[in-house]
Structures are given as structure tokens and as C-alpha cells.
Design a protein around this ligand. Structure first.
Ligand SMILES: Nc1ncnc2c1ncn2[C@@H]1O[C@H](COP(=O)(O)OP(=O)(O)OP(=O)(O)O)[C@@H](O)[C@H]1O
Length: 217
């Protein structure tokens, strides 16, 4: 569950990126955040992951008020979050398998359990047969799937993605959206920022629209 109540975000340079944001996404729901470039989509997602902090208002994630979370508690929050953000770089000097293994190594998983989880995650995104290859040999769509595998390998209850289909052609983009839908269908809460509403197809999803930092729905 993700709940925003009267959330404002002003960046240190004085820019008000988000104003009075309020919504609740129940556990297991899937929603899109749309809006023009600069509307505040990424800022909203970064607040959920505590990459940025709200200037005022409260944000509750899985029952925990994260608005004033101590920095030491952030890794525990993120353990329940799968993040697909543009600035999370693929490590091109490691195999596909090792890229997905990394979050589990950081969490201290023993290697046998970790291997099973990495293979399960790669299987879910259709990359199991590529586990030994280097990411440079993957197409753009496959690299995005690798990022998704890395985000879900910890089996998070919430999956958050920022423009996961940017730079992909329509077929790849639909494929990626279908993948998110399949996670939603097994109970994961999914929130995706995209400026491309055409991706929706006939998916019956909640849509939050941001306009200059304000929700318009
Ligand atoms: N660290 C920052 N300091 C100051 N202003 C920022 C910072 N990060 C973002 N902004 C500004 O806040 C506004 C919202 O940015 P944000 O990245 O959240 O928008 P967005 O809807 O995700 O845009 P896009 O679709 O182009 O990625 C923009 O005007 C941006 O310039």
C-alpha cells in the first residue's frame, strides 16, 4: 500500500515540483502516473523510495510512515521495493546472471538460495537462456527486462518503474507493460510513470495525471 497525504516537494533551489499530492494505492493495485515532461512523475516515485524527502505532508508505504524515516532505516524500506529507475546502470563487465545476483549479495543471501532466485527472476522476464552472456549482447528491450529481473529478484511487494518503456519500439514496450501486468496479477503493487498513455491498450488501470506538480484526477 502506498498513501500520500498533502505531500509537497520543493527542491533546494526553491522549485515546487509537487503540490498537495494525495492518493492511496491499495496493496495489489496497479496504476500509471502520466503527465508532461517536468510534471513531477519522477519526483513522486523518488519520494516513495526515499531517494528524495517530502517538504511537507505524509507518505505511508506498507503501513510505515516514511516521511521522516531515519537514513539507517531506508535499506529496510527498499527491501520491499522493486525499483526500475533510469539511473540504475547495468554492469556491462558482468554477466546477465551476476547483474541480477547483485541485490541478493548485498542483502546477504547464501549462494544456493540466491542462485535459485536469480534463475526464477530471469525466467519470469524470459532471459534464462541468456544468463551467461554479457548485457552488451542484449537488445534494448532485453536490457530493460534485465533491469526488471534485478528489481524483482528480492520478491518485493511493491514495484515502481520510471519510464520503463522509453527508447523502446512499440512491440517491446507492449511486452514490458504485459510483464508488469503479470506481476500485478500475482499480487504485487505496481506503479509506473510514463508519458506514453498509448501503451495502456485495453488494460483497466488507475491513472494519475500530474500537471505542473498537481494531480488532476
Ligand atoms: N534535484 C532537482 N533540483 C531542482 N529541480 C528539480 C530537481 N529534480 C527535478 N527538478 C525539477 O522538478 C520538476 C519535475 O521533475 P521530474 O523529473 O519529477 O518530472 P517528470 O514528470 O518525471 O519529467 P520527465 O517526463 O521529463 O522525466 C522539473 O521541472 C525538474 O526540472
Amino acid at each position: 500500500m502506498i498513501s500520500f497525504n498533502q505531500v509537497c516537494k520543493r527542491y533546494p533551489n526553491g522549485f515546487n515540483a509537487l503540490r498537495n499530492i494525495g492518493f492511496t494505492l491499495e496493496a495489489g493495485e496497479m496504476a500509471l502516473i502520466t503527465g508532461h515532461s517536468g510534471a513531477g512523475k519522477s519526483t513522486l516515485l523518488r519520494l516513495i523510495a526515499a531517494i528524495e524527502r517530502p517538504t511537507s505532508g505524509s507518505i505511508v508505504v506498507n503501513g510505515q510512515n516514511i516521511s521522516a524515516l531515519k537514513s539507517g532505516a531506508i535499506p529496510f524500506l527498499r527491501r520491499n521495493l522493486g525499483l526500475v529507475f533510469q539511473d540504475q546502470k547495468i554492469l556491462f563487465d558482468r554477466t546477465v546472471f551476476d547483474n541480477v545476483l547483485l541485490p541478493l549479495q548485498i542483502s546477504g543471501f547464501d549462494s544456493r538460495a540466491a542462485t535459485g532466485r536469480v534463475r526464477a527472476a530471469l525466467d519470469k522476464v524470459g532471459l534464462l537462456d541468456r544468463e551467461k552472456t554479457r548485457p552488451i549482447t542484449l537488445s534494448g528491450g532485453e536490457q530493460q527486462r534485465l533491469c526488471i529481473a534485478r528489481a524483482i529478484v528480492n520478491r518485493p511487494s511493491i514495484l515502481i518503474a520510471d519510464e520503463p518503456t522509453s527508447n523502446l519500439d512499440a512491440d517491446y514496450a507492449r511486452d514490458i507493460m504485459a510483464m508488469f501486468k503479470s506481476f500485478h496479477q500475482v499480487g504485487v503493487t505496481v506503479l509506473i510513470a510514463t508519458h506514453d498513455v498509448n501503451l495502456l491498450g485495453d488494460m483497466p488501470l488507475r491513472i494519475f495525471t500530474l500537471n505542473h506538480g498537481e494531480l488532476t484526477v
